[in-house]
Design a protein around this ligand. Sequence first.
Ligand code: R5P
Length: 284
Amino acid sequence: MRTGPLIGKNNDLEANMDWGLKNRLSRIIKPDTGRTVMLAVDHGYFLGPTSGLEKPRKTIEPLLPYADSLMLTRGVLRTSVPPEADIPIVLRVSGGTSILSELSNEGITTSIEEAVRLNVAAVALSIFIGAPHEKETLLSLSRLVNEAEECGIAVLAVTAVGKDMVRDARYLSLACRIAAELGAHFVKTYYCDGFEEVAGTCPVPVVIAGGKKTPEKEALDLAWNAVKHGARGVDMGRNIFQSEAPVAMIQAVRAVVHERKAAAEAYDLFLKEKRKKGNKTEAH
Ligand code: R5P
């Protein structure tokens, strides 16, 4: 059992949190390991029916027992997740754009009252540093923090990367730090060379996205490197639900994040779980 602070490496963050906010965040970042495996299935909010998420309920249901939280929009939550499911929800509340338009031109799509009604643990919003609508997305983040904190709901800032931005440590450190300065309680970013600078200069927990689908071993290496260099876990989507064996893959990711297994060992677990009956492509 981990005995240190629930959320941060020091307890400055926790000391300034209300009980409800601390409680919600600790449902996502698990107190016994200080880490989290979030399952991201919000891609449709600007990508439409992403491969592997054509029928969200079918994809999500078998993965639910293995995810520490579910990141998604209210539309998919209402239609595709049973209300009885015992899983913390991270509700995407930014949008208003599509893959066919300027992605940074997002606004807040979902009210905080709706987030309360849906009993979510956290709300998530993208910020676009260096993109045409940088200012609007940063002011949206600030407003969301003001409103969410009134209700004890945590805020996840997603450091979305515009077409022309390089995902290097300099850029991602800038984006993560700005998100934390504006009040985000945790930040989602990308793994990069020099990631310890990104995590080390951000005063709130950082989790990484998985990015485009890669071979399972590579995705496990990515998760392993990220937690080794300071990430508190993953908010992974395509590398889980587009895997040929999503249930096996999420279990392997859990082994890396929570059990601190090396990527090679977790990959062996993936292969073993994949061989089990019904564990292959059932989430598609
Ligand atoms: C993108 O903005 C969405 O928030 C996705 O949830 C995010 O990209 C994580 O998913 P993936 O692991 O597929 O990159």
